[in-house]
Design a protein around this ligand. Structure first.
Ligand SMILES: Cc1cc2nc3c(=O)[nH]c(=O)nc-3n(C[C@H](O)[C@H](O)[C@H](O)COP(=O)(O)OP(=O)(O)OC[C@H]3O[C@@H](n4cnc5c(N)ncnc54)[C@H](O)[C@@H]3O)c2cc1C
Length: 457
């Protein structure tokens, strides 16, 4: 039984009521953070279920009627994964219960719609840390973080979101609620379905709740910032930190062009412009003092400037600035095409230089920054979103960037997923046998192909 697109909203409202199915389709639900590159979708209805059980009923309704479902978290994704291509937008913003918080056993169960910042705040208030720290934490949801397997600066020491997921509750086709993993730290009883759902970008199921592992919060943190003449010398400093064996928590970089575009709001006068290395260390107060001094020694060699803030106020200001870099870069021309390629650590300098060269070839301002310790670059081309020619050139440039990542032995996505913007990209990276297996996993979970169609592959 199928329903004509024009009747979907009316029929859903008749079944689930006006409180659950929105009147019309507000623009907000048609885009994510890729709006700056001009992406906007279309949908027949927006549904906001109040519970996991209601999510299951909506999925069952849609599945029976061959209606596509695009699950939406906070809409901060950079891959267009939440941009609907017709059918129903399933928004999880009302699933905001923290079902359990057990500080003594370092564990939490949070519904998918709890914001990232709230998960981290609750952990902190109980002396614990939920380490994954993607930007946009006020808006992104834990379900979205799990669905994209989000990373962040401190993934270098602590790993990505999936490393902290003990189990998930999810609605799978044709509308059943499943729980895999749970309040346990180990589980090898079946295939690792939890890990399959992690990073699946809404294409295998709708995550409604997650069990999260937590860890005792470090007593103190201490960032060290240094500026270097150019990409080569900056990458040498990064390699020196890695090679030193110091147990740093984050190892970040911003190339000269990124620093130039964002330095105005930097919380301290650095007196120079250069390639920035940002190292964070954490631990006990004594460890921190020792580590900060060691890191400073390692990065100071030929550095143009260094800054190692000690007050909580300055440290918070530094990370606030780091969170705002993406927006500061975008502000220059109003839009950007920003990717998240990952390369082996030792190819980082080459990838950074080549990003600028690709931009120059296409007459686009370019820059890169990112999670150097993980070899993860946010290679970015600046655009005026209203300039169709520039937008097109940036998309072509992004394709060259993906070729570059693969040529250097890396991957086309280290953080944001494939979503809509990199659809088709997996074929460049994987051989036919792996692709066929990937497709069979999709078919096993979603035989009718209704879960976030047109994404991921
Ligand atoms: C300023 C800024 C900084 C960022 N920094 C980082 C960073 O450091 N690291 C990083 O990894 N990302 C980063 N991101 C990208 C983004 O914040 C993450 O990908 C985030 O995890 C997306 O969560 P969301 O709730 O907004 O998901 P959405 O954008 O709503 O959705 C993302 C994808 O997940 C699916 N999805 C969402 N919720 C569910 C669910 N409950 N069940 C099944 N599928 C679901 C959607 O269908 C879509 O495919 C940044 C974004 C911005 C705007």
């Amino acid at each position: 039984m199928s329903v004509a697109p024009a009747s979907v909203a009316r029929e859903l409202r008749a079944r689930f009521g006006d409180d659950v199915v929105l009147e019309g389709v507000p623009l907000l639900y048609l885009h994510d953070a890729t709006e700056a590159r001009g992406l906007r979708g279309h949908a027949d209805a927006v549904v906001r279920p109040r519970s996991s059980e209601e999510v299951a009923e909506v999925v069952a309704w849609c599945y029976e009627r061959e209606t596509p479902i695009t699950t939406r978290g906070g809409g901060t994704g950079f891959a267009g994964g939440a941009v609907p291509l017709g059918g129903v937008v399933l928004a999880l913003e009302r699933l905001t219960k923290v079902r359990s918080l057990d500080p003594l056993v370092w564990r939490m169960e949070a519904e998918a719609g709890v914001t990232t910042i709230n998960v981290r705040r609750l952990a902190r208030e109980n002396g614990l840390l939920f380490p994954p720290d993607p930007g946009a934490a006020e808006q992104s949801q834990i379900g979205g973080n799990v669905a994209t397997n989000a990373g962040g600066p401190h993934a270098f020491k602590y790993g990505v979101t999936g490393d902290w997921v003990l189990g998930v509750e999810a609605v799978v086709a044709p509308g059943g609620l499943v729980r895999v993993g749970g309040p346990i730290r180990k589980d090898v009883s079946g295939y690792d379905l939890t890990s399959l759902l992690v990073g699946s970008e809404g294409t295998l199921g709708v995550i409604t709740s997650v069990w999260l592992g937590l860890t005792p919060a470090p007593e103190a943190v201490a960032p060290v910032v240094s500026l270097h003449r150019d990409t080569t010398s900056g990458c040498e400093a990064l390699a020196a930190v890695l090679g030193s064996g110091l147990p740093v928590a984050a190892l970040e970089y911003l190339d000269v062009e990124t620093v130039r575009r964002s330095i105005a709001a930097f919380p301290a006068p650095l007196g120079a412009l250069g390639f920035m290395v940002l190292v964070d260390v954490d631990g006990s107060a004594e460890e921190i003092a020792r580590l900060r001094a060691s890191v400073l020694e390692v990065v100071s060699d030929e550095a143009l400037a260094t800054w190692a803030p000690e007050s909580a106020h300055e440290i918070a200001a530094l990370w606030r600035w780091r969170d705002g870099v993406s927006l500061a870069v975008q502000a220059e021309r109003g839009g950007k095409v920003s990717e998240d390629i990952v390369v082996p650590f030792e190819r980082l300098a080459e990838a950074g230089e080549e990003t600028l060269a690709i931009g120059a070839r296409h007459d686009l301002a370019a820059c890169s920054w990112g999670h150097a310790g993980d070899g993860n670059l946010h290679s970015t081309f600046l655009i005026d979103p209203g300039d169709e020619g520039e937008r097109h050139r940036a998309e072509v440039a992004a394709e060259e960037l993906f070729d570059l990542a693969i040529r250097l032995g890396g991957s086309i996505s280290g953080e944001h997923g494939l979503g809509l913007v990199k659809v088709g990209g997996l074929e460049r990276q994987w051989g036919p046998a792996a692709l066929a297996l990937h497709d069979r996993v999709k078919t096993a979970f979603d035989p009718k192909g209704l879960l976030n169609p047109g994404k991921k592959r």
